[in-house]
Design a protein around this ligand. Sequence first.
Ligand code: ZN
Ligand code: ZN
Length: 317
Amino acid sequence: MAATRQTVAQTLEEVITWRPVLAPVLRSFEPLLTAQEELVGELAENLKKQGVKLPQSQAERMEQGVSLLADATFAGFAPAVRTSAEKLLPLLCRMDAVVPYKAAFTDFFLKSDKTEAQKIEELVAAVVSGNKKEIEGLAEKIGVDPLVLHFAAGFVVAPVLHALTVLVASAGDEAPWEVGDVWRQGYCPVCGALPTMGWMDKPSIDEKNAFLAGGGGKKHLHCGTCGADWKFRRGACPACGEEGSGVMELLRESGKAAHGERLDWCTKCKSYCPGVDLREREFVPNLDALALGMMHLDMVAARRKLKPVKPSFWNMF
Ligand SMILES: [Zn+2]
Ligand SMILES: [Zn+2]
């Protein structure tokens, strides 16, 4: 039986009962994360109708570590990005860092002429590739601070990429990057971003004969940029690829129950990825919301001079 998946709101609610001190910051981001969550289904429908989908996966390219969206042009993505911006911009523009650029962002994202559409597609490509130079170039054209553009664009583009991933994942039993274990990289098989979270799966039950089909504890990584999940070797670092006994260490809160939450950090490159062992939890959290809810561990990591494998919006500024 599939474990119950929590929504953004349910995930944050649970975190707040455990760590009430985080309530103000979690509550301030909840409307945005919830709006993103709601957009994914709507955007998946739109993309499907328009015939926009992920490039076909090729086992050989995947084995070589080429993500599905590497070299994608994102032509035809502008309408979906606009739909996302319509819903998210009003929420983003409540934030102090974004307020000065409200007019510039509204102009850029919501105008529907051809040149803007092309720039929007360039922005999607820049977000996916993480190319700072391209983002800086676009920021100058739009007249906004590059860091704020990166922050806002990350929010607006993510639901569109999530929708693409959902379309692929819902098309078959197994995502193409899970078939035959062709994907062995620490970065995302869909968009190429580094993971924002790791998770260990729960034991699975074979419903037909009620026997335990697997003991669980298999390691997966989760991409906060496009929502993809993929299997990864436990003893390997997703950032530098180093592998072996003693490479990865665990950091978890002592004393009170940790609810399966921990940081996996690499003794070689000193980067860390937050993670959750689902065997220690009743429900399956929304991983993007949980990543935010684990910011107390980000602070512990920062004190130890560790750096996140993938910086998230709450440690961008
Ligand atoms: Zn991704
Ligand atoms: Zn490493």
